[in-house]
Ligand binder design. Structure first.
Ligand code: THU
Length: 131
C-alpha cells in the first residue's frame, strides 16, 4: 500500500470538493492493485439527494479506467470522518477486505486505519466471485 501517495492524493482532492451546501469537503484516493491512484471529491447539487460522495467518484473513475481490484482507500475530511454506509456498500462491490485510511485534513495526518470488512460486516452480495 502506498500510504504517502494515498495521503497526498486524498488531501489534494479534498480541496477540490464542490460542497457549497454542507461546506463539508471530502477527498478520497483509491489505489489499484497495479499501483495507480484514482481520486474523487464530493460533488453536491441544489437538489441535495443528487450529491455524490468522494469515495464513489474515486471508485467510478477507477472502474471507468479499467480497474476493479483495489488495495486501499484514503478518505480526507475535517476531523477525519469514516465513509458513509452507502459508500461502504459501494466499495464492498469490489473488495472483501480493503484497508481504509482515515485522514484529518486539518492536520494532514492519518488518524485511523481500519478495514472495510470491519466497517461493513455482512454486506449485501449477489456475486460469488470477482466483480
Ligand atoms: N460525504 C462524502 O463525500 N463521503 C462520505 O462518506 C460521507 C459524506 C459528503 C456528502 C456531502 O457532500 C457531505 O459529505 C456532507 O454529508
Amino acid at each position: 500500500m502506498n500510504r504517502d501517495g494515498l495521503l497526498a492524493a486524498a488531501l489534494a482532492t479534498q480541496e477540490r470538493a464542490y460542497a457549497p451546501y454542507s461546506q463539508f469537503q471530502v477527498g478520497a484516493a483509491v489505489e489499484t492493485e497495479t499501483g495507480e491512484i484514482f481520486t474523487g471529491c464530493n460533488v453536491e447539487n441544489a437538489s441535495y439527494g443528487l450529491t455524490i460522495c468522494a469515495e464513489r467518484v474515486a471508485v467510478c473513475l477507477a472502474v471507468a479506467a479499467g480497474h476493479r481490484h483495489f488495495v486501499a482507500i484514503a478518505v480526507a475530511t475535517a476531523g477525519g470522518a469514516s465513509p458513509c454506509g452507502a459508500c461502504r456498500q459501494f466499495l464492498a462491490e469490489f473488495a472483501d477486505r480493503l484497508p481504509v485510511l482515515i485522514v484529518n485534513a486539518e492536520t494532514g495526518n492519518i488518524v485511523a486505519e481500519t478495514d472495510l470488512a470491519d466497517l461493513l460486516p455482512g454486506r449485501f452480495q449477489l456475486l460469488d466471485g470477482d466483480a
